[in-house]
Design a protein around this ligand. Structure first.
Ligand SMILES: *Cc1c(COP(=O)(O)O)cnc(C)c1O
Length: 356
């Protein structure tokens, strides 16, 4: 379906000055324009690209009370050839629709919205940074906007896309992070909404993250809500363990987010002939493997940090130090390979990359 998009560009005098690309932080700056589209009476209305700015929301807007809110996160990369690259963008939109189904929200026409995203990127292309490690983070979001109280699906929604030039996600950059394993709090439970990128999951995670940060850790590793033993994932990353010759990541059973980076890591490792399995793995198994000298690497995967080596895990007053707190060989290889594909520096045999 061809999407009709109304474009109202900001007046040149209203354009923002660009931030220092070497000091962007994460998610603090936003580009000049945004895409938005409303859902009314069972149909998506015309999409619109306009100046980045406030919404007007009724205080009874259902998202504020019952939390129907979903989002996605992907990045635009500026290649050495100055072209703009996207990594598996339609997979993000497909996941957005899965989140929408789970939260009883309307699905998007993926091709139409993708056209809207490309148009937005074209208009704000100056916002895709070229400094090393800097990218343009893309945040598609949908919220329930009907003004009504009562727990049921909203009849109105707003979908929008905003763009934020970002630097490294963790202050550590591509350096090993320290992770706190919590058995006090849980993130999600099978049958719940853990596999949807829905706002409430992140609200629910903040308390554990703050407690971990106070103790000097970067992030929290979540365990299964029922057995408090099987490993789930980190705040915004899936997780991998290298034990002996085996690469292990927890299976998708409904409570963890099916990461696109996770899927890409699995694909690369399989293609490299490595032994990789999706299976349940407990925190006790990880600590035991470390004691036996078999735990070689731990790393996280996610769009924000791509690959994030884990230097230590802290659980029940015990520290598991990994690979002498150095970045492992596999983490480095995956990071280099993914970055090379994402920036268009290397040929992409998988059809993952789209150019604008
Ligand atoms: C977004 C996210 C991930 C990573 O997904 P990618 O598609 O690789 O970016 C992992 N875990 C959680 C909880 C997330 O929100």
């Amino acid at each position: 379906m061809k999407m009709h998009i109304t474009i109202k560009k900001a007046d040149p005098s209203e354009l923002k000055s660009k931030p220092d690309e070497t000091n962007l932080g994460f998610g603090t700056y936003f580009s000049d324009h945004m895409f938005s589209m409303d859902y009314v009476d069972g149909v998506w209305q015309q999409g619109e690209i306009r100046k980045y700015g406030d919404f007007s929301l009724d205080p009874a807007a259902m998202v504020l009370h019952y939390g129907q809110a979903i989002f996605e996160g992907l990045k635009a990369y500026r290649g050495k050839d100055d072209r703009i690259y996207l990594f598996r963008p339609k997979d993000n939109l497909a996941r957005f629709n899965r989140s929408a189904r789970r939260m009883c929200m309307p699905e998007l026409d993926i091709d139409g919205v993708y056209e809207g995203l490309k148009k937005l990127l074209e208009i704000d292309q100056q916002w895709v940074p070229s400094a090393p490690g800097a990218t343009l983070y893309i945040r598609p979001t949908m919220i329930a906007t009907e003004a009504a109280l009562g727990v049921r699906p909203s009849r109105r929604y707003t979908f929008f896309i905003i763009l934020s030039p970002v630097g490294a996600y963790y202050p550590e950059g591509f350096n090993p992070v320290k992770i706190f394993v919590t058995d006090k709090y849980v993130r999600a439970v099978r049958g719940g909404v853990g596999e949807a990128k829905t706002a409430g999951n992140y609200a629910a995670s903040i308390m554990a993250a703050i407690e971990a940060q106070k103790k000097g850790f970067t992030q929290v590793l979540w365990l299964d809500a029922c057995d408090r033993q099987s490993i789930e994932e980190v705040g915004t990353m899936n997780i991998f363990f290298v034990i002996g010759d085996e690469i292990i990541t927890p299976p998708l059973r409904g409570s963890i987010l099916p990461g696109i980076t996770r899927d890409s890591v699995l694909r690369l490792c399989r293609d490299w002939g490595l032994q990789v399995v999706e299976r349940p793995i407990t925190i006790d198994e990880v600590f035991a493997a470390n004691q036996q000298g078999l735990l070689r690497e731990v790393f996280g995967s996610g769009t924000a940090a791509i690959i994030s080596p884990v230097g230590s895990l802290y659980y029940k007053d015990q520290e598991c130090k990994i690979n002498g707190h150095h970045t492992g060989e596999l983490a480095q290889r995956l990071f280099d390979e993914l970055q090379a594909i994402q920036y268009g520096h290397k040929e992409d045999p998988y059809g993952w990359v789209e150019t604008i």
